[in-house]
Design a protein around this ligand. Sequence first.
Ligand SMILES: C[S@@+](CC[C@H](N)C(=O)[O-])C[C@H]1O[C@@H](n2cnc3c(N)ncnc32)[C@H](O)[C@@H]1O
Length: 305
Amino acid sequence: MEHQTDNLQTVGDLVRWGASRLNAAGMHFGHGTDNAADEARLLVFHALSLDFEVPEYFYRSRVTPAEREAAIGLIHRRIEERCPAAYLTGEAWFAGLRFEVSPDVLVPRSPIAEMIANEFAPWCKPDSVKKALDIGTGSGCLAIAIATHLDVNVDAVDISPAALAVARRNVHAHDLQDRVELIESDLYAALGERKYDLIVSNPPYVSARSMASLPDEYAHEPSVALAAGDDGLGLIHGILNTALDYLRPHGVLVVEAGESAGAVVTAYPDVPFEWVEFEHGGGGVFVIRATDLSQCRSTIAGRCA
Ligand SMILES: C[S@@+](CC[C@H](N)C(=O)[O-])C[C@H]1O[C@@H](n2cnc3c(N)ncnc32)[C@H](O)[C@@H]1O
């Protein structure tokens, strides 16, 4: 292997070689990139301490032996450990922002990023959101992106102290200590009388059957961030059932149900969820207004009982 990689001389050579190796190894891509070329570029550029936006001629620039060794080492680790690239580099990009990540938090990838960029239009009127809640904040990516894109204060809860430690470092890195409050809480349990204009959640939603067949990469993520009981709805029932106690009358609830979207519709056939259509990919996110939730309160409570 060594003598073959000695021929890799340029940044472009390393990216092309890395993409070929990732493809040949049959890797799964689902943690920030969706193809071998982008994944190889991410790893090679990280090893070379390069920003993503570089002039085209950089690809023709020669690398030093130490740089080549570092880039090749990262590609090898990605293949041998089946570890998401973000855990190898310690960082991920989400909603245009950089986040520290570790295996204590899910790798940020929620399509809710697109809703944040659109300031939750058409569901939220401009300036109608002053206080938001992020349930299951993980790295803090949704809460921090919301506070960055909208002029709001955000409470961010998680049941995992280890995840909250990562979120705390990200809140500091984005200088949002005054606007994002991190709270250790089982769903709403520690929130007392607080009320919100917007509640957002990307909760665990993977069913027991899916957990058993996920690609190896997902085993590096915390199971508390993925597993949600037999039908994948364990957390979503709880979020829906109590949301009205924490939403203001004009408030809006946004929940990513991912692959369990069908199970949500089956469990709550009479609840008028609006399923979001995304321009940049992804799906399985529903929106429901507090006014609609209050119409369905007894139906939801009956389903959660
Ligand atoms: C799918 S991850 C989402 C992380 C982050 N919001 C994102 O979009 O990348 C779900 C998060 O919910 C947290 N969680 C799991 N059960 C919870 C509970 N009962 N109450 C609060 N947070 C919970 C997990 O620790 C994890 O950080």
